[in-house]
Structures are given as structure tokens and as C-alpha cells.
Design a binder for this molecule. Structure first.
Ligand SMILES: [Zn+2]
Length: 68
């Protein structure tokens, strides 16, 4: 049982590290054409306003709520 918990912790830690690494690279990247979450086209205005964005305004809001 303890092994399973240890493994879960390792995976969570690895995911966290990957998320931080992604965050660090993101701001310079090009904006996505389609939302990663709902696959809607991201309007040009949003792509210009939020360089490197990966999702549409509503999905971004959901992501920000989840992050808290
Ligand atoms: Zn979306």
C-alpha cells in the first residue's frame, strides 16, 4: 500500500515539474489557432492580446479558477 502512495506522489511531482517547465517556455511561443480544451477557433483579437495562449477566453477562465 505504501508503495502505491509513493508512486502516486512521484507521478504528481513529475506532472508539477512538467507544468512548471511548460509555463516557463510558454510566453514566447505563438498563440494557438484552436482552443486546446474545447477546440473552438481562438479569435485573432484574443491571440494578439494574449501571446502564447493555448485556449479560448472561457476555457482560460476555467483554467484560472482551477488553478486556485
Ligand atoms: Zn475553449
Amino acid at each position: 500500500m505504501a508503495d502505491v502512495i509513493d508512486m502516486a506522489n512521484d507521478v504528481a511531482e513529475e506532472n508539477l515539474r512538467a507544468a512548471i517547465a511548460r509555463q516557463a517556455y510558454r510566453p514566447t511561443g505563438p498563440s494557438a489557432l484552436w482552443c486546446e480544451d474545447c477546440e473552438e477557433v481562438i479569435p485573432e483579437a484574443r491571440r494578439m492580446a494574449a501571446p502564447g495562449c493555448e485556449c479560448c477566453t472561457s476555457c482560460q477562465e476555467i483554467r484560472e479558477i482551477r488553478r486556485k
